[in-house]
Design a protein around this ligand. Structure first.
Ligand code: ADP
Ligand code: GLC
Length: 477
């Protein structure tokens, strides 16, 4: 048995802004059959406190970065949670990272230092009778764990997973004492980064092993184009960096049992869902493929490239249905574009059930990201026979088999890829997609292949298990 303390700022189904929540929520179940017991340390945001009931108090910390805190054990949706109940940090209206105006909370450094400190405290003192063999932290919000482990004199190994290197959690050096960091460790060997405190760097330097969510992203991260300033640090830690691709929860994303759609188990069954989706979005009948896109609207996701490339789809009778929220400028640009064309429909918002209906009803799913550590929506697409068209980067490169002549000749293609990540290449790829769609036999083959591609957690859970076991080196109790 390996006991793992997972440390995350979001976890589905309780609180989610992106794929990190899905992964953190899925890992415990995926790892359980391999003899791993994972408990998840999560901030007690108001939404989380509302869902956990009373919980059981297993620790009290008198002063957790400005106020008292309790750690509550609770079980929700099959997850063993250790919730950090610290109202001065987490009990507020607004988002989990941003206030109601869309600005970072000014005390985010303290809020996630508190999460990391609480995790280190649990590793050192145990969660009741339960003692972690190792700590597994996700993204910069868990980056300070090794600093606090060291401060508490705790030897428990630390695994650090990068879901997105774009966020560093950097703050001014003046906050050293507020964050209760050891000033003697404010050096390039630990968490000093260009004169600032960097939670991400602390995690990268302090981790026993570093993972990221695809092999290609693990390689990309070592380059200036993708490392976002951390490429030097990562090259330094290269020997301990591996990529383990994400899976999806194949119980939630199962076209044969999905309660949000008209269930199906062959591509033919998609027709009724497509009809319903067109009606829901007010799209007319058309000859070309109905493409869907579900995303946070940020520069990362290449939505601006798609806006430029859309004529290549529309000219061929294709359509776009898009669901997303985020950058206000992108929201406005999308709504304006939809207003000028009957074959483009845009919903601004966040809607899980609608995302299922879109994946079920779409012919193709678009993921034109500039960078994508893994990406999950292309995996949903594969499972539902909704052909992914993706940029050739990160996890998108590792999870889609491009319909190249060679791949089609041996009948293994599952989607399309484009490179370089630019609007011209995307236009050309949309053209190729329309060509394939116009040949029903070829298209059906793509759909069947897509639906057969394994997208669950089995293989990756084994990789995590092997990584954990390698760190414990026979020391598992
Ligand atoms: P990222 O984590 O960078 O946002 P991923 O593809 O890994 O990208 O994960 C995004 C997750 O969030 C997926 O589960 C996707 O379906 C979901 N999602 C994103 N935007 C929306 C939205 N507007 N409505 C519903 N689900 C969304
Ligand atoms: C990040 C990445 C995304 C990845 C997700 C889960 O948010 O942007 O590519 O799938 O984390 O690992």
């Amino acid at each position: 048995m390996i006991r793992i303390l997972s440390v995350t700022s979001e976890c589905a189904p309780l609180v989610k802004t992106g794929g990190l929540a899905d992964v953190a929520g899925a890992l415990p179940t995926a790892l359980a059959p391999l003899g791993c017991e994972m408990r998840t340390v999560l901030p007690g945001y108001r939404a989380v406190m509302d869902q956990i009931g009373k919980g059981k108090v297993i620790a009290k910390i008198d002063d957790l970065f400005g106020g008292p805190a309790r750690i509550l054990a609770a079980q929700v949706a099959g997850l063993d949670l250790l919730v950090v109940d610290a109202p001065h940090l987490y009990d507020r209206t607004g988002g989990i990272y941003l206030d109601a105006e869309g600005h970072d909370w000014p005390d985010n450094a303290e809020r996630f230092a508190a999460l990391s400190y609480a995790a280190a405290y649990l590793a050192q003192h145990g969660a009741g009778a339960w003692q972690a063999d190792l700590v597994h932290g996700h993204d910069w919000q868990a980056g300070l764990v090794p600093e606090y482990l060291s401060a508490l004199g705790c030897q428990t190994p630390f695994v650090f997973t990068i879901h997105n290197i774009a966020f560093h959690g950097n703050v001014d050096a003046a906050r050293l004492s507020a964050l209760r960091l050891d000033p003697w460790r404010f050096t390039p060997d630990h968490f000093e980064f260009w004169g600032q405190i960097s939670a991400l760097k602390a995690g990268l330097m302090g981790a026993d092993k570093i993972t990221t969510v695809s092999q290609t992203y693990a390689e990309e991260l070592l380059t200036p184009a993708f490392g976002m300033g951390m490429e030097g640090v990562l090259r330094h830690r290269k020997a301990d960096l591996t990529g383990i691709v994400n899976g999806i929860d194949t119980a939630i994303w199962n076209p044969a049992t999905d309660a949000a759609i008209k269930p199906f188990s062959t591509p033919k069954g998609k027709a009724a869902n497509k009809k319903a989706l067109r009606a829901e979005f007010g799209l007319p009948a058309a000859d070309g493929p109905l493409c869907v896109l579900i995303s946070r609207l940020t520069d990362q996701k290449g939505i601006d490239l798609l806006l430029q490339a859309l004529p290549a789809l529309l000219d061929r009778g294709g359509q776009l249905a898009l669901l997303g929220s985020g950058d206000p400028a992108l929201e406005v640009a999308l709504l304006q574009r939809a207003a000028t064309d009957d074959n483009i429909a845009v919903r601004i918002g966040y809607d899980e059930a609608l995302s299922h209906r879109m994946i079920a009803g779409g012919d193709a799913i678009l993921v034109p990201s500039r960078f994508e550590p893994c990406g999950l929506t292309q995996l949903y697409g594969l499972r539902y026979g909704t052909v992914p068209l993706v940029s050739l980067t990160g996890g998108l490169a590792d999870t889609v088999i491009n319909a190249s002549p060679a791949a089609r000749a041996v009948g293994v293609a599952t989607g399309g890829q484009f490179y370089p990540v630019a609007s011209d290449a995307l236009s050309a790829a949309l053209g190729r997609l329309c060509d394939l769609y116009a040949r029903p036999k070829d298209w059906a083959r793509l759909q069947r292949n897509a639906m057969q591609q394994p997208v669950g957690w089995d293989a990756s859970a084994q990789d995590y298990h092997a990584l954990y076991a390698s760190l414990l080196n026979g020391a598992v109790r």
